[in-house]
Design a protein around this ligand. Structure first.
Ligand code: HT7
Ligand code: ZN
Length: 872
């Protein structure tokens, strides 16, 4: 497979001003006629060839300016592309191709799902529909006419605004869509079939009436309310916060149950995984509810950050993804609790991105090379990319950031641009030199920051010395220091916030300030400090770094006193992590585990203060996860970590039983089920209490909750606790759940996941049995992830079973899935790549399975890239 390098970028040889598509839909043989108004790009080499990407297309006819192109002028590449010899400087190229959507199991290009037609073109799916320069820097105006049998496809949608419809031959009909905005091919979409719509409308601030429609299968209409509500709130928020208004007369969303990712921001026709559209209290958890709000907002916000201003090439992916994640994070923070949102985002970053940055696939936010671009839709590009945007926001402040966004859009509207264009708009709008910040885009790895303070009582002076270093990553052995904005404050011995004045400043600052650590080491001198302070660092997680070496006594102090909720939560977590890692070492030595009473004290205190903010209390109660702990160890020991965490949960459950039970009972819901921030927080807290009580043996309480639950959050929380047990309640509950929900794919996914993540010894056998279950379907990405992904990523202790059976199962599944859907197979193989962080024995077993994957004939290039890089 070929490696594509960022440094090789060359402008496209030809531009396409307009695209006229006629699509005759048929599951087995769809015909696509494309008319492309092409012209040579003045910015490209004058003799560059006219190369059209193609993948799996059967060419029926090609004409140039009306004349059939002779076979001698058509050269097909081994990858399916088409080169036209002796191209004119400008002309109309017409091609007709045939494709088979019903055979398309990769779900890229045009495919069928449940008899309907859907497309997915990002990143390189358009070339599976027609011959085209399928790269984001070719932007064109599209007119799309869809033809199909009326019975098969009563509804036919594409991008832009509707522009007529009519009868065709026989029982066929046609619908035309015109998108007035130029767009890259990856934003093309077509959806057709038997669908019904939930309709609403939105009036933009300048008075445009927008018709909003969510298209689903009949029967799902009553589960679209939350998605629609989230859409309207997103539209209003983007106007209010960024002044960005919607720019078409219709905004369509189509939900599909076979989809490779969460959703897709196609211009005017978003396509969504049903998981991020459909919700009812009985069938969706609070987490699902929040996920829908986030993903709806994310895709909607892409309309400006991604669609109107797009990426020049795929190396710039974070230009749209990092910025849009930042925007959806801010939206969700404004819709609910900012502090809790930040905690959850940081938890997610550490769970997925930190390990990626320390593993074989570590890459900069702007990668230097790839084999398969689908492999770079990663936590680094998305979540770390959002953190880098946040760094800029923190550095220049919200007002300058807003001016920067205005400038970025004004300068780059309807263009395909680079990350430099974004940073330079921020720089020009703020007057702050941001050139040094580009290092965050180009250097992989997570910086480690340490702090050392010295207090001089005589001079009433406190000197804080900060240091940074970044461990090497593949291909980047040497690391430069990065500019790290460190939000901080100083607390007095009584826990009160001290005003801070740096040497050279005239006045003290009352609250959080930002220090910029822009060297390997830098000292900051604070004057007039009346007593030895306790530094509170990295408030709000102001940079994606690991802050190391904070002593335990300080963590305990900060967990109680800090004014910054993030640091309060973080200090509690770091304290618990440090205790747990010590226990892991004891477990490895075969010693008794013991118990630190400070942990029980912290739980009791958190419960006592939980009424003020139940959601925050729930976050504070949850012990650091197994993955987070493994990530802190040079060589992880997943089984020992699991034993320690289970032991601690049981100990806390026993020691704090009274307080946990009192809170659990006090939070029992009376009255109608409500989905608002406070109700969600109360349920989260109540279920956190139940988890401790169940760990201490209160299985009956979990079963009682399961039996009485009227919403999915409580039902699933109880079921997941029961699934860890061995008694008859477990089998009864799992059977009852299956019987009730077997007709609902999204809920059945949860049933698979819960069993795959269970802590039982025999889980590998169960996972193999579930793989053979009649409801398991490897072709459906949600179902594949719900079993294979949940087991390999969500059950570290069993996945890393010393027998190597967990690894063998994953490799078997990847090998079976790869010819069906290489993109999902490549994603699932990831956990095997973490072998360097495991013991030599486990590492050898993991490598053996990676090699087995790599030895598979005709492996997809995505799976090849992941497995081969993991073995390097
Ligand atoms: N921009 C979208 C990316 C996406 C995607 C990428 C590769 C293969 C399938 C895909 N489906 C959607 C999603 C987003 O970030 O908004
Ligand atoms: Zn996105």
């Amino acid at each position: 497979p070929v490696t594509i390098r960022r440094s090789d970028y060359a402008p496209p040889a030809f531009l396409v001003d307009t695209v006229d598509l006629d699509v005759h839909l048929d599951p087995a043989a769809t015909e696509v006629r494309a008319r492309l108004a092409l012209r040579r790009n003045p910015a490209a080499a004058p003799d560059a060839p006219l190369l059209l990407d193609g993948d799996g297309l059967t060419l029926l006819e090609a004409r140039l300016d009306g004349a059939v192109l002779a076979a001698g002028r058509l050269q097909f590449g081994p990858d399916g592309s088409l080169t036209i010899a002796d191209p004119p400087a400008a002309g109309l190229l017409e091609t007709t191709v045939r494709i088979a959507p019903e055979k398309n199991t990769a779900l890229s290009g045009l495919y069928t799902s449940g008899g309907n037609f859907y497309t997915q073109c990002e990143a390189e799916g358009f070339r599976r529909i027609t011959f085209f320069p399928d790269r984001p820097d070719v932007m064109s105006r599209y007119t799309v006419t869809i033809h199909a049998d009326r019975g098969l496809c009563p509804v036919m949608l594409s991008n832009g605004n509707p522009d007529g419809s009519g009868h065709g031959e026989g029982n066929t009909h046609w619908v035309r869509w015109v998108d007035p905005h130029p767009k890259p091919s990856y934003l093309f979409a077509l959806v057709a079939g038997e669908l019904v719509n939930v309709h609403d409308q939105f009036v933009t601030k300048s008075g445009r009436l927008v018709s909003l429609n969510i298209w689903v299968r009949r029967g799902d209409e009553d589960r679209c309310g939350h998605a629609m509500d989230s859409l309207k709130r997103s539209m209003a928020w983007d106007e209010e916060v960024f002044g960005l208004e919607y720019d078409l007369d219709v905004f369509n969303i189509a939900a599909v149950s076979d989809f490779n990712m969460g959703a897709m921001e196609n211009k005017g026709l978003n396509v969504f995984n049903t998981k991020y559209v459909l919700a009812s209290p009985e069938s969706a958890t609070d987490g699902d509810w929040q996920g829908i709000e986030t993903v709806i907002a994310h895709e909607y916000f892409h309309n400006w950050t991604g669609n109107r201003v797009t990426c020049r090439d795929w190396f710039q992916l974070s230009l749209k993804e990092g910025l849009t994640v930042f925007r959806d994070q801010e939206f969700s923070a404004d819709m609910g609790s900012r502090a809790v949102k930040r905690i959850r985002d940081v938890r997610g970053l550490r769970a997925a991105q930190f390990p990626e940055d320390a593993g074989p696939m570590a890459h900069p936010v702007r990668p230097d090379s790839y084999i398969e671009i689908d492999n770079f839709y990663t936590p680094t590009v998305y979540q770390k990319g959002a953190e880098v945007v946040r760094l800029i926001h923190t550095r220049i402040g919200p007002a300058a950031f807003r001016r920067g966004m205005d400038l970025y859009i004004a300068r780059n509207d309807n263009q395909a641009v680079t990350i430099e264009d974004f940073v330079s708009a921020m720089q020009d709008a703020s007057g702050v030199d941001l050139s040094f910040f580009m290092g965050w885009y180009d250097q992989a790895g997570t910086p480690e920051v340490t702090a050392e303070g010295r207090y001089d009582p005589e001079a009433r002076r406190y000197v804080l010395t900060l240091r940074q270093q970044t461990p090497p990553t593949p291909g980047q052995p040497e690391k430069k220091p990065l500019p790290i904005p460190l939000a901080m404050g100083l607390l007095g011995p009584d826990g009160a916030e001290m005003p801070t004045r740096l040497a050279g400043e005239n006045a003290a600052q009352a609250d959080t300030r930002i220090l910029i650590l822009d060297n390997a080491e830098k000292s900051f001198t604070f004057e007039e400090v009346p007593a030895p302070p306790v530094p509170s660092l990295l408030r709000g997680f102001s940079a994606p770094v690991r802050l190391k070496g904070v002593p335990r006594d300080r963590l305990r102090f900060l967990a109680v006193h800090d004014t910054d909720p993030f640091v309060r939560w973080e200090s509690g977590q770091q304290y618990a992590a440090s205790v747990m890692l010590e226990m892991v070492a004891a477990q490895q030595r075969g010693e008794a585990l013991g118990f630190d009473p400070a942990l029980a004290e912290a739980v009791t205190n958190t419960l006592a203060a939980s009424e003020a903010d139940p959601a925050f209390a729930a976050e504070a109660l949850v012990l650091p996860g197994e993955g987070f702990l493994a990530d802190q160890m040079e060589i992880a020991d997943p089984v020992a970590i699991h034993v320690v965490r289970r032991h601690l949960r049981a100990e806390i459950g026993r020691r704090c039983a009274a307080a946990l039970r009192a809170t659990y009972d006090a939070l029992a819901e009376s009255g109608p089920y409500r989905i608002d921030g406070r109700s969600i927080g109360r349920r989260a807290l109540r279920n956190a209490c139940l988890a401790y009580l169940a760990a201490a043996g209160e299985t009956a309480l979990a079963k009682a909750q399961f039996d009485a639950a009227t919403n999915m959050t409580d039902s699933l929380a109880a079921l997941s606790l029961l699934s860890d047990t061995t008694g008859p309640e477990r089998e009864q509950a799992l059977a009852a759940f299956h019987a009730r929900w077997r007709g609902d794919d999204l809920v059945l996914d949860k049933w698979f996941s819960i069993q795959a993540m269970a802590a039982r010894d025999d889980v590998i056998d169960q996972v193999r049995a579930l793989y053979a279950h009649p409801d398991f379907d490897l072709k459906n990405p949600n179902r594949a992830r719900s079993l294979i992904g949940a087991f390999a990523s969500g059950n570290p202790a069993r996945f890393h079973d010393a027998s190597g059976e967990g690894y063998r199962f994953l490799a078997d599944a990847v090998i079976a899935l790869d010819p069906i859907n290489g993109s999902i197979a490549a994603r699932l193989v990831g956990p095997l790549g973490q072998w360097r962080r495991q013991s030599a024995a486990r590492g050898a077993l993991m490598r053996r399975e990676l090699q087995r994957v790599l030895d598979t004939p005709a492996l997809s290039k995505g799976t090849f890239e992941k497995a081969s890089k993991a073995l390097l």
